[in-house]
Design a protein around this ligand. Structure first.
Ligand SMILES: Nc1ncnc2c1ncn2[C@@H]1O[C@H](COP(=O)(O)OP(=O)(O)OP(=O)(O)O)[C@@H](O)[C@H]1O
Length: 345
């Protein structure tokens, strides 16, 4: 029997670079970021504040509107290169195939119209539904998102809803176009733990009910663990490590990934008084060192880390790659990950 040909990824990003012009020079913010997302996959894009997660997503969506921005690389989505598409065509794709949700739903809704009117409008414009059909679908969508009493909620203005309900309504609006890809930028950061768990549940279910894939942007490794099939760790605009979530959590190979994991409270057993935190902060883009950007904070740094970033990714196992020289040198990393950080909390 002939071997089954693997289906091409839904989104394949190669060598994405984004630079902003500042004071006469180009500042690289995102450098050579590559990843792919398959059908019904949830990929977590994780990293500290300022690591370039949002810039990556906004560049893919054609939503960076800064004078002098330079975006290079390719981002193939269903046969289109998102980075080379004319803005009008990309806008259409955003309405029909790719949707985005944000940490603050107020940015997605206009304050002067009801939630229901705004979702109806999306359906009328992008799905060409009649007023009546649109309202019926809006009710369905709100119901599917776990909104109690959808008719009542639809008639409310955004500021009249709780944060959790607003987030559900925003996801309903995003799903109104039946997107193949949902980009969710910190969708649970502003919510309390219980609502957060419900929203993450919703994300996981999107795969089954809508066949959607999700690019989930977060700084929270706990959210990644609960939700994502695969994970990409970004540090200072560069990929530090990528692999299945299971492999990354079981055998982190980059000291940064390991340090992020060390800072998650344990699920069971006694809770430490203080959680370890990574000393210092990521470099400002203008001050990024010549070598590995994590070197100034890394307890394993040695001479070869300083002149230039690792020349290539080291493949630890199939689909598990790391931008660090230590695993290649055979350093027994996991065993040494017990004390890479400084307790500060
Ligand atoms: N329009 C812009 N012009 C210049 N620099 C920018 C612009 N937008 C973002 N940046 C810079 O790009 C870097 C990455 O920002 P980004 O918002 O992508 O980080 P992030 O990882 O999403 O962080 P957070 O979790 O805080 O949102 C930051 O240093 C930010 O100041």
């Amino acid at each position: 029997m002939p071997a089954k040909t693997p289906s091409p990824p839904l989104l394949e990003v190669r060598n994405l670079c984004v630079s902003f012009a500042s004071r006469g020079q180009m500042i690289p913010i995102v450098e050579n970021v590559s990843f792919s997302i398959g059908g019904e996959e949830i990929l977590g894009l994780v990293g500290e504040s300022g690591s370039g997660k949002s810039v990556t997503a906004m560049a893919l969506m054609g939503l960076i509107d800064a004078p002098g921005v330079r975006i290079t690389g390719s981002a193939r989505f269903k046969g289109y290169d998102l980075l080379a598409m004319p803005p009008k065509q990309l806008r259409k794709l955003r309405g029909q195939e790719i949707a985005m949700i944000f940490q603050d739903p107020m940015t997605a809704f206009t304050p002067v119209y009801t939630i229901g009117w705004q979702i109806d409008e999306q359906l009328r414009v992008h799905q060409r539904l009649s007023r009546k059909q649109a309202r019926a679908r809006t009710m369905d969508l709100l119901g599917e998102m776990g909104v109690p009493d959808p008719a009542n909620t639809a008639n409310r203005y955004p500021h009249q809803l709780s944060g959790g309900l607003r987030q559900r309504a925003m996801i309903a609006m995003a799903l109104s176009c039946n997107p193949s890809l949902l980009i969710a930028d910190e969708p649970t950061t502003a919510l309390d733990v219980t609502v957060q768990a419900q929203i993450l549940d919703l994300m996981r279910n999107l795969r089954k009910t809508y066949g959607s894939s999700v690019l989930l942007i977060t700084h929270d490794m706990g959210v990644v663990a609960e939700t994502c099939d695969n994970t990409l760790v970004l540090y200072s605009g560069r990929v530090a490590e990528t692999g299945t979530t299971q492999a990354l959590f079981a055998h982190p190979q980059h000291p940064y990934t390991a340090a992020l994991l060390a800072s998650i409270p344990p699920m069971s057993g006694p809770r430490p008084d203080r959680l370890p935190a990574i000393p210092g902060g990521p470099p400002l883009p203008v001050e990024r060192p010549a070598g590995c950007a994590f070197a100034p904070r890394c307890v394993y740094t040695h001479a070869s880390c300083l002149p230039a970033p690792p020349p290539a990714f080291y493949t630890v196992a199939p689909h598990h790659e790391v931008a660090c020289v230590l695993p290649k040198e055979g350093t027994p990393l996991p065993a040494r990950f017990t004390t890479p950080t400084t307790p500060v909390l």
